[in-house]
Design a protein. Structure first.
Length: 446
């Protein structure tokens, strides 16, 4: 096992990784920027390494500074969490050059899965269902319109190097295509330094379902699915599980395991799909890292996924077989973002009062506390509130009760929106697609 791990991240995920390391007897160091100098992860770590930059984001994106910090503190490994450098193959390569373990997949696998065009091709060969689309990048608008017409409108233009919903555009007709293509190419170049885009058939009335996978480089297993269809700007705000029948779970689970094993995947991964109104699945992408909503799977399977990922990186083989994975009850996670619950615009500021709920089956993952100053520079996630109960109906009731006793004064949060969703009939009856919020614009009126 590692002696010391450097966490190259911030906020709630840095604290979550710190806890997993402590449970394994590993010393913890963490990098931080100016805004996070008094944060919980820095205060709880054995050592903090300040990386000064005028741009707050740069402290967590400076590869050479983080590699130097890892060497300075004598870290055996670096955990990237999610976001920032978590999917950066260059970062993983630099650590390997210094003899430091990157807790995650190999640079080659990161590079392969980071290119959505290549990932589509690889997973198609492994037997995963993929939506009809282009085999490579598109650039010429006339040729692309011809391809889109052949695929059938509506289509979706996606950035090959994309993530977080950036560089995606749904196109309903050929008349709108040229402008949409230019827009997506520009956004992709600005966000990822890569303007390649490709086409896929847009799955209307779709649900977003993902599978949690863990591999040791040879064998892989899955831990079931999460349902993630309540989204704004292509980003999730509520996730739950389980969702599928045992038969469908076994069928799709076997496919994702085959996909992971086909690339020699090592570590935690999430295979994301859209499911259409007929129940057919279409592969979207692989997120080669710990996922924000891993908590849902931990609650329904009773496993510490973050600790298991660290053990795999340290050279251990999978300690579980597929038959050892059992799903029990139902879990729901809501993201308590510092956002206006109506406009969904960020609401940074100081938390004058912060009180978290408790009780059986209630979990809070957060770095926030009374007096915490929520920076405007980073993602708006303040906390994740997760509940577990024997059934979905009981989990909904428990989550609403937990939200009712959550106090976050000083900033706007999504709590009113989440409580409105939990009481909405379509949500309660599982009539949910990725257009849920668009189709329920009046959730908070009155």
């Amino acid at each position: 096992m590692f002696r010391r791990v450097l966490i190259a991240n911030r906020g709630e995920i840095a604290l979550r990784i710190l806890r997993a390391c402590r449970s394994l007897g590993i010393e913890v160091a963490v990098v931080y920027g100016q805004e996070d100098r008094l944060s919980m992860p820095v205060r709880f770590a054995d050592e903090g390494i300040f990386i000064p930059h005028a741009d707050p984001l740069a402290s967590y994106l400076d590869i050479e500074a983080i590699v130097s910090a890892a060497k300075e503190v004598g870290a055996d490994a670096v955990h990237p969490g999610y976001g920032f450098l978590a999917e950066n193959p260059t970062f993983a390569e630099r650590l390997a050059e210094e003899g430091i373990t990157f807790i995650g997949p190999s640079p080659d696998v990161l590079r392969m899965l980071g290119d959505k065009i290549t990932a589509r091709e690889v997973m198609m060969k492994a037997g995963l269902p993929v939506a009809k689309g282009t085999d490579g990048p598109i650039s010429d608008s006339s040729e692309a319109i011809s391809m889109a017409t052949e695929i059938g409108f509506p289509v979706i233009i996606k950035a090959a190097a994309g993530g977080g919903g950036i560089g995606m555009q749904v196109v309903e007709s050929a008349d709108d295509f040229k402008a949409a293509l230019r827009l997506c190419q520009g956004r992709a170049l600005s966000a990822f330094g890569d303007d390649r885009v490709f086409l896929e058939k847009f799955i209307e009335g779709a649900q977003h379902i993902e599978f949690q996978v863990l591999g040791d480089g040879n064998k892989s297993i899955h831990f079931g699915e999460r349902f993630c269809s309540i989204q704004r700007r292509h980003q999730k705000i509520l996730e739950e599980g389980p969702w599928l029948s045992e038969e469908v779970r076994a069928e799709i689970g076997a496919k994702v395991v085959a996909g992971a094993e086909s690339v020699g995947y090592q570590g935690l991964a999430t295979f994301e799909f859209l499911r259409d109104v007929h129940g057919d699945f279409y592969f979207l992408e692989v997120n080669p890292r710990v996922q924000v909503e891993h908590t849902v799977t931990e609650m329904i399977t009773g496993t510490d996924l973050v600790a298991m990922g660290i053990k795999i990186a340290a050279g251990e083989s999978l300690s579980l077989s597929q038959d050892d994975v059992h799903i029990n009850g139902h879990a729901i996670q809501v993201r308590l973002n510092a956002e206006n619950p109506v406009t969904l615009t960020p609401s940074p500021g100081k938390l004058w009062e912060c009180h978290w709920p408790g009780g059986p089956g209630v979990r809070v993952d957060s770095h926030a506390h009374t007096g915490y100053d929520m920076p405007a520079s980073f993602d708006s996630l303040l906390a994740k509130l997760i509940v577990w109960a024997p059934s979905r109906d009981e989990a909904i009731s428990k989550l609403d009760a937990a939200l009712s006793e959550t106090l976050l004064l000083g900033v706007d949060t999504l709590i009113p929106l989440h409580r409105a969703i939990l009481a909405e009939p379509d949500f309660c009856q599982r009539e949910i697609t990725i257009k849920y919020l668009d189709n329920h614009p009046n959730l908070l009126q009155g």
